[in-house]
Design a protein around this ligand. Sequence first.
Ligand SMILES: *Cc1c(COP(=O)(O)O)cnc(C)c1O
Length: 450
Amino acid sequence: MTDNALMSARGLKHIWYPCTQMKDHETLPLVPIKSGKGVWLEDFEGNQYIDAVSSWWVNLFGHANPSINEAIKQQLGQLEHVILSGFTHEPVIQLAEQLVEITPKGLTKCFFADNGSSAVEVALKMSFHYFLNIGQIKKTKFVTLDNAYHGETLGALAVSGVELYKKTYGPLLLEPLRVPSPDCYTRGDDSWEAHSRKMFKHMEATITDNHEEICAVILEPLVQCAGSMRMYHPIYLTLLRQLCDEYNVHLIADEVAVGFGRTGTLFACEQADITPDYLCLSKGITGGYLPLSVVLTTDTIYQGFYDNYASLKAFLHSHSYTGNPLACAAALATLSLFKSDNTIEKNKHLSQLMYNSVAELVDHPNVAEIRQTGMILAIEMVANKSTRQPFAWQERRGRKVFEHGLKNKALLRPLGNVVYMMPPYIITPEEIQHLGKVAIEGIDLAVQNS
Ligand SMILES: *Cc1c(COP(=O)(O)O)cnc(C)c1O
């Protein structure tokens, strides 16, 4: 057996992999990764792959980034972990100070957790609990968008809308009020803005009819990433903020995936010039190094819990690794890279290059559209361009693109029939060019016999 095959066999013996039908690995080998540097991953036989999906959207400044490595090493010599209840430490203090500084105005309190789903759970519980604490006991419901994704734990799954992940567990889940997504794929001849405005009518109706029972609306600002990178216009967020204010409903912005520059601004909410009541951050926060998440909220909400102990109004929620110092050190190094590298500005050019690299697919008979928001670019493969008839999911065309990528130095892992790039920000123009070429070839192969 080759080195890769050996490692792959061992890797299948005792590990049950996430988000995987394990039987698939009878025909599709695992890719064992030995090392990473920059955008490149390397397997046990020296084959290299450009990490076009940022290792599930977490990596921002490349693998083995020298300054993040150094920050973690420094912190390791100082303090690896400490309980964050009754105790605190410098990295978490500094990180909270900087997060308050860089996030939308009015978010002044940081509640830390250790992954994206937990951050969503925190925001949901906090919103319900806030209204309970101030005596609004009828508020027990959440509003969520079709095609949303907020994580896999039961609470987060309940407010998600991607049926593939959710349907099976239906009987276990609390039931939110569902609203059609402003997703602009279905806009027809309308502009993104016109379509997003039109779709807002559904949200308006749901909130005006049910506001007395609604704690919060939760949504992913601008891009529904796990929902096949479907995108919408910032006007939807602007209108939603106004509506929530009018009806005393909280707005939870789940920027777990889109935060930290993915949409072209540091946070997606900036593009609508809004401040949510809760901002959930994770994934890129540590540059893709260590698990960490945080929910930022307002002083108003914080004050709703602030009382004598005996009032039992405290938010009694915690996770073991909350605010881990090594993760906070990685996050601080990541934030300082945004400044020293002038990342947001530089990404404008890279995002243009990303589009250029696949622009010729606009006329492809099996590409319905190429859509892009900042550093997220997605290509929707369809069976029929004019009717937008999708390929049957059973045909698994995306998997063919994936396999073609692996043979050609690219880790492109499609979502169903949607091929996308969401690369680390240190990617070079040549590497983008290469990804574009592999994506085009992969799509040409994948749509054969259609
Ligand atoms: C990934 C993701 C989550 C869940 O984060 P985990 O760290 O995987 O639990 C929540 N919301 C959004 C928008 C995500 O993309």
